[in-house]
Design a protein. Structure first.
Length: 288
């Protein structure tokens, strides 16, 4: 099975490069939803010596596992620059203007490039994201590359399946590192449910977990599958639904118990989540 070829287009006098896939991904892999399009093992890179204005971006997803040396990763979308060392993994999303490589040191890497709707879905769910992550000293990408080098369809699907598993494992491992084995988040969610009348700000939640707001937002979405604001809203309205059915409190009293000072706003949010107004929900479920 022929591999798609990656080439790049140069713009702005060579100061901007877009790396593209010029070959065709086999239809079987397109149907599967994930295809590996390029690999390299123990590729030696030089020091970063491009001008400060240099940018590059990919039309695909890329993982680079640093095996030896030291380097830097710059994300020009966020302006963030990270130092990287052996055991780190750089993850680059399609379209992100970036650069990474050796910083006064050679850069020895295993890398793998891929695309497909499964990768797009993992990105939407926050499982794939730009940045530097812990991967450890074991050459985990190399195992996948070895299988991907076999041209049969079975080997390509097996390699894609191994890649998907690795992406999920890396996400879980780095989530545990970022939230301290999830204990800080577990404690936060317990406290949120213990004080349902309180409207927490993202800053307050982040401080409870000892994280910056940007790190907290990403880790919270990975841990719960939703934003902090949406989680807070849903938690309040689910508890309110229980109270409507199990007590005789008025709508205004129930709303106030969960921090909604305006009963009309409470009713609108309740109906948006549950599909019924609070009064209709109470009548329906009390009759059961």
């Amino acid at each position: 099975m022929d591999k798609p070829i990656i080439s790049y287009d140069s713009f702005d006098g060579g100061l901007r490069q877009v790396h593209r896939v010029t070959g065709k991904i086999p239809s079987e892999l397109e149907a599967f939803g994930l295809g590996i399009i390029h690999t390299s093992r123990r590729q030696r890179g030089g020091e970063l010596d491009q001008p400060a204005e240099f940018r590059r971006s990919f039309d695909f997803y890329c993982l680079s596992h640093l095996l030896e040396g030291r380097g830097i990763y710059r994300n020009f979308e966020t302006g963030h620059c990270s130092e990287i060392s052996a055991g780190d993994l750089v993850m680059v999303m399609p379209g992100t203007r970036h650069i990474y490589g050796g910083d006064k040191s050679f850069y020895l890497e295993d890398s793998i490039c891929f695309c497909g709707r499964i990768a797009d879905s993992l990105r939407t769910q926050g499982i794939l994201a730009d940045g530097v992550f812990s991967c450890g000293p074991v050459r985990r990408i190399a195992r996948i590359i070895e299988v991907a080098l076999e041209p049969t369809l079975f080997a390509q699907i097996k390699a894609a399946t191994m890649l998907q598993q690795l992406l999920l494992e890396l996400h879980a491992e780095n989530l545990e590192l970022s939230v301290g084995n999830s204990s800080a988040f577990s404690a936060l969610l317990v406290e949120i449910r213990r004080t349902p009348e309180r409207w927490w700000t993202v800053g307050e939640m982040a401080r409870e977990c000892g994280l910056s707001e940007s790190h907290f937002r990403r880790a919270f979405h990975a841990y719960t599958g939703m934003s902090p604001k949406l989680y807070l809203d849903r938690m309040k309205l689910q508890l309110a639904a229980e109270m409507l059915v199990s007590t005789s409190l008025t709508l205004a009293q129930v709303a106030a118990r969960f921090g909604y000072m305006d009963p009309f706003h409470f009713s609108r949010r309740f109906k948006a989540l549950n599909g019924l107004s609070p009064d209709a929900y109470r009548r329906h479920y009390r009759m059961r």
